[in-house]
Design a protein. Sequence first.
Length: 82
Amino acid sequence: MPENLVATALGVPFGLVLGVIAARGLLGSFSSDLFRFHLHLGWWALPAAAAGVLVAAALSQWPAARAVRRMDIPRVVRERAT
């Protein structure tokens, strides 16, 4: 099921960009004449978020991949065809 991880990896950059835009917009909505909020992300924040998403995607696929590997595909196809 590596295709799911590839799809996740392709979507991560878009999610990071949209997340930063959303965070800036949300913090900007709380700004007023008295105070302002600015988004400051450390150099490690976006790579850590990307790594966390990829690890979570890999861990969530692990049980399904094990089940598919244990499955006798020809037997299942014969059973479903009849």
